[in-house]
Design a protein around this ligand. Sequence first.
Ligand code: GLV
Ligand code: MN
Ligand code: MN
Length: 413
Amino acid sequence: MTSKSNLVINPQRLWDSLMETAKFGGTARGGIKRLTVSDEDRRVRDWFKAQCEALGCSVQVDSVGNMFATRPGRKDMLPIALGSHLDTQPTGGKFDGVLGVLGALEALRTMVDMGYETNAPIMIVNWTNEEGSRFAPAMLCSGVYAGVFTPDYAYSREDRDGIKLGDELKRIGYLGSEPVGTHQFQAMFELHIEQGPILEAEGKMIGVVTGVQGMRWYEVMVTGQESHTGATPMLLRKNALLGASRMIEAIHQVGLAHLPGVASVGLIENRPNSRNVVPGEVFFTVDLRHPDEAVLDKMEASFRAALGPAADKEKLTYEEKCIWKSPAVKFNPELIECVRKGAAQAGFDMREMASGAGHDAAYIARVAPTTMIFVPCLGGISHNEAESTTLEECGAGSQVLLNAVIEYDQKFA
Ligand code: GLV
Ligand code: MN
Ligand code: MN
């Protein structure tokens, strides 16, 4: 058997795969638009399946489209999982999620090339709908896996055109036959770009991720009255967009008042969205995050308290509902130690950090020991077509992922 020190990943091969998959939904500005369970998602899934099968893996799909590619180990036991997501934001980059899946694929290719046999089987997972952009909430199907949501809840999620996730899964051929939870594993490592500026600013290659901050999503509908822009005097308007804009400013202030918390409005629909109609209805979403649940409670209360006065001022009504809460998560100390050792073994500078972004690992941590590995991204920019991480950084992440998994696997020797 090959010794673990011989396992060196091939950064160029990883990079070539990243660039190859970037064509599935590739945009003119160098990013990717690969919304979950779209035709582009189907194409990248087919590619991923073929690559894994070429490595001798068996590939299964569960009933919410999660994909599991397994390479047997020397022993008959639960696998060690390496996973992330292949879906992207509407103006996503080439690395968010994709690096976690393809970095795992590169780790597996390296093991196969070197004839290295792990004790436990190795399983690469592609989780369905991590982004939550097309179908809210985020981390949906890792959430189903973790028992947070039912499959029926996932199927019933609608995009902004009223199309259901379940129907789309069927249409693209990824409504699998395996009940969710069939593919159990004993631990999961997720490689990801940091999506923030800290590693780059400190010149560190590896983020040893200790947890994920809490997140809450809300939807707000503001109702006023459509009327003629030319004929309705300023003081007689019920302008839903004006009320919504005052709410959005107040929500921004909630973030500023609870640093390092963040508060964002990212999706807004103005109706009827005609230049000579006073807007009668506005729908928008709210995203609040903080590492401390007690502070998140305060952020929620102050955001809610700001809505009434903003509506009253413009003679509007509104409805607000919380559609998702993902509590703060702490990762598993044993796996964190494996990442630390894996980074040290490869000679990379590292620092501990919490994740500002949500990840499938946050839900998987409820049902299996889990942790994450971060690598830098240029300027900390993500959820942006300009998202950029170098070949060396991608390779470093994949190498540390491989080292950490091998370290963990040693305990089954
Ligand atoms: C997922 O990308 C999130 O953090 O919203
Ligand atoms: Mn991601
Ligand atoms: Mn993302």
